[in-house]
Ligand binder design. Structure first.
Ligand code: CMX
Length: 140
């Protein structure tokens, strides 16, 4: 169903401070950064060496945003596990058939114009699972 791990998402309070920490501690640097108003996040994708694997730092844009709520409840840390899919509409249909709740009726816009949806963490063993169908011209 999934083709690879797209990224692991980590909630942080301050994006710039977190980028500094990852740079200074782990020599990891930003390969992509954007603000997604609809999702209420400032986000930065960081590469793990040349592996193609990434982590995503997620900082809240507003106090009411999903990441702000997560930080209030759980503190900074892993917020989501994202898998790449080739066809998010087909995968969503399969998951719904299997009884899993997706958060959105239709995919929304994610990082780098990808199409995204989420499996509710209560239906996925306590893990917020993001489905990512990358834009045709993107590596992530
Ligand atoms: N991982 C695991 N469990 C989570 C969770 C997470 N990230 N977020 C919430 N939960 C749990 C809560 O702890 C709660 O469990 P309990 O009932 O046992 O306490 C349960 O899920 C329901 O939580 P809730 O408070 O009712 O709902 P929230 O307001 O926290 O919303 C969710 C949860 C998943 C609907 C919300 O986080 C959401 O819409 N996520 C998808 C969008 C998103 O994460 N956007 C930011 C990233 C953007 C991007 O990646 O591009």
């Amino acid at each position: 169903l999934f083709t690879e791990i797209n990224h692991v998402g980590i909630a942080v309070a301050d994006l710039d401070a977190a980028k500094e920490f990852y740079k200074n501690s782990f020599d990891m640097s930003v390969v992509h950064e954007e603000t997604n108003e609809e999702q209420g996040v400032r986000e930065a994708m960081l590469a793990v060496g040349d592996s193609g694997s990434c982590i995503q730092l997620l900082a809240p844009l507003t106090p009411e945003s999903t990441i702000a709520k997560f930080l209030d409840k759980s503190g900074p840390g892993i917020q989501q596990m994202a898998y790449t899919v080739e066809d998010i509409d087909a995968v969503s249909a399969t998951l719904r058939e299997r009884g899993l709740r997706l958060l959105y009726d239709e995919p929304r816009r994610g990082t780098a114009n990808s199409r995204i949806n989420f499996i509710h963490p209560k239906d996925a063993g306590g893990v917020l699972v993001e489905l990512v169908e990358p834009a045709a011209d993107a590596s992530h």
